[in-house]
Ligand binder design. Structure first.
Ligand SMILES: *Cc1c(COP(=O)(O)O)cnc(C)c1O
Length: 424
């Protein structure tokens, strides 16, 4: 082994100094960053109830239907899905997704589908496939942190547009438009929303598209919670509304089919005016080739999954989520100092905390103390760039959710500054 010396300037390596890349160094997950700095010690006398994980499988109460398991079993046993597919996915799987994603007014062509490793994989390909380092993307606040994780590592800046809790978490369109400049590459819209549980009306989606159209800005629509909407609400895919604005819709099996671990997602390219034909189609396809495509076994099952999953299964899942949302909302709306926002879909509820009312510095301290006393954990709003809120996951079994909400109510009553017993 050669010692490091002065004359080694051009003999680059003379010792073990192995570093990670700038990309790896700059990649971080805000949820991890916030949660790892919390002191989370549950009360040993109370069962821990974690309302923090956005994974519907953790409690075992929500299971995928038998049709899904049979579809994967057939795929496995056929021995036809052990090899590679094209980077963007097999023809049959893309045809199945195209059919599943078509609406009466908007037919999706299989050539407009790129299969990916989960919806996160789809978002990664869209963001890094369209935006350059030095450019920026617009994301909602409060919003899911993965957009930031994917963009910032690559030197793509993230700008936030505000959502308004009192207006069903609609976007502040004026402030949104003020964020746009010539370096803005994508406008990210999450509908239905994690963490808000909001579902946008056709009118609001049209208004957002109008901002995008005026500014020649393509839209990245994260619709992983597509169709997961509560009674009285309608899910409208942004892709079905576009006349001229190019829209990349990202979705997948994870949430609606309750199998996040299967890692199948997709991009649907909506490009009525052929604006993306010049470069972006090819760009997205080349990006999909970086990992030689996604899980072939589940691709083989995809046509059966998307065609055979009974309607009842979806209806039941929504019924469970809606009931849980009502149960939690009904308890928390009576709590002094808390402002729950009733969700309209997805699997979360945001709850505002009036920090003035409590002897805690911020929601982090509130939630740490809640954990210490009541063994209940919710994610702090800061994980979603939105302090003084907490996010509850409503996929938990009803009795546990009820118990958790009662404990939160007790905790608030104990610590509320202005609730005092009057002398009798
Ligand atoms: C869960 C989630 C995803 C990730 O989905 P995967 O298919 O598991 O990668 C993407 N976007 C939002 C808003 C989510 O909540």
């Amino acid at each position: 082994m050669k010692p490091c010396g002065e004359d080694d300037a051009d003999a680059a390596r003379c010792s073990w100094d192995v570093r990670c890349s700038g990309l790896a160094r700059a990649t971080h997950n805000p949820i991890r960053a916030v949660v790892e700095n919390l002191h989370l010690e549950p009360n040993p006398g109370k069962q821990l109830i974690a309302l923090s994980l956005g994974d519907p499988t953790v409690f075992g109460n929500l299971q995928p239907p038998g049709e899904l398991l049979e579809a994967v079993q057939s795929s496995l046993e056929s021995l036809s899905y052990n090899g590679y597919t094209a980077g963007r996915g097999s023809q049959e799987a893309r045809e199945a997704v195209a059919k599943y994603s078509s609406t009466p007014g908007s037919t999706v062509d299989p050539n407009d589908v790129v299969l990916c490793s989960g919806c996160s994989g789809a978002l990664d390909i869209c963001i890094t496939g369209v935006a350059d380092p030095g450019q920026n993307i617009l994301v909602p606040r409060p919003g899911f942190s993965i957009y930031r994780t994917l963009a910032e590592g690559c030197g793509i800046a993230v700008r936030s547009y505000d959502l308004k809790p009192a207006d069903g978490w609609e976007a502040d369109l004026v402030q949104m438009e003020q964020q746009i400049d010539k370096n803005t590459a994508l406008l990210v819209v999450t509908n239905p929303s994690n963490p808000c549980g909001s579902v946008y009306s056709r009118r609001h989606l049209m208004d957002i598209l109008e901002v995008a159209r005026r500014n020649y800005l393509p839209v990245l629509a994260d619709e992983i919670y597509e169709h997961m909407v509560f009674p009285g609400k309608e899910f409208i895919s942004m892709g079905s509304l576009s006349q001229d604005v190019p829209i990349l819709v990202c979705s997948g099996l994870a949430k609606r089919f309750l199998v996040p671990g299967w890692r199948i997602g997709w991009i649907i390219i909506h490009d009525r005016n052929g604006i993306l034909q010049k470069e972006v189609y090819g760009g997205l396809q080349r990006m999909s080739q970086r990992t030689v495509g996604c899980n072939t076994l589940v691709q083989g099952a995809l046509p059966a999954i998307l065609a055979n999953t009974p309607k009842d299964f979806f209806v039941n899942t929504i019924a469970v989520l809606y009931n849980n949302a009502l149960v939690a909302y009904d308890i928390l709306k009576r709590v002094e100092g808390l402002y729950p926002v009733m969700p309209e879909g997805a699997m979360y509820m945001m709850v505002g905390i009036d920090m003035i009312d409590f002897p805690f510095e911020d929601e982090l301290e509130f939630l740490q103390q809640l954990m210490r006393e009541e063994s209940v954990f919710c994610l702090p709003g800061q994980c979603f760039d939105y302090p003084n809120y907490m996010r509850l996951v409503i996929t938990v079994p009803e009795d546990l959710l009820k118990e958790a909400c009662h404990r939160i109510a007790d905790f608030c009553a104990r610590h509320h500054k202005t609730i005092c017993t009057l002398p009798t």
